[in-house]
Design a binder for this molecule. Structure first.
Ligand SMILES: [Zn+2]
Length: 184
């Protein structure tokens, strides 16, 4: 392969969560079994319920807590885009237990510390899309996005070209973040 990046059609990634085409600089993509849009809202169809049963590498799991875990987003908005979520199949934030609420918050803080240590981002976007109308790709199982930001990352590529350069393989990102994640 030459060093020329090639734009992979969005259709080859499964159902797009947005209409931004991804520009993959490494000529390979991480395949994991179906973090695509579920057919229905049941736990049996839910990738976030299925992923913890597998190994960390294939599920892109970065850290496992008691009530919550952290994994890389398969459709990242930026390098290092993590999600923190409860193991339990629950959609509405007010329905979290106290233990889930506090660990989701603590793991979000840890995610920021780890991302700062590994990638030195200039800022973060944190948040949850509650409901499909609000933009949640998998609305039935809530997940908090932790998106590192760099000055100028909203440049002409995503704005004009609807394309984003992601220079590191998700598998490599996962390994680096998991290694930097402190033991609970
Ligand atoms: Zn679920």
């Amino acid at each position: 392969m030459t060093g020329t990046p090639e734009q992979v059609p969005a259709a080859e990634f499964g159902p797009p969560e947005d209409d931004i085409a991804r520009l993959w600089t490494p000529h390979r993509m991480v395949y994991i079994g179906g973090q695509d849009k579920p057919a229905d809202d049941t736990p049996a169809q839910c990738p976030f319920c299925r992923i913890p049963a597998g190994d960390d590498e294939s599920g892109l799991v970065v850290a496992r807590g008691r009530a919550c875990y952290a994994l890389l987003n398969l459709y990242p908005y930026n390098g290092g885009h993590l999600m923190v979520l409860p193991y339990r199949h629950v959609s509405d934030y007010p329905d979290l237990t106290d233990a889930e609420t506090s660990e989701l918050a603590a793991m979000t803080q840890t995610a920021m510390r780890v991302l700062r240590a590994v990638y030195a981002p200039a800022g973060f976007n944190l948040g949850m899309n509650q409901g499909e109308a609000a933009g949640a790709g998998i609305a039935a199982h809530l997940h908090q996005h932790v998106v590192p930001r760099w000055t100028g990352d909203a440049n002409f590529l995503p704005v004009v070209g609807r394309t984003k350069a992601l220079p590191e393989l998700l598998a490599d990102t996962r390994a680096r973040l998991a290694a930097a994640w402190p033991d609970a």
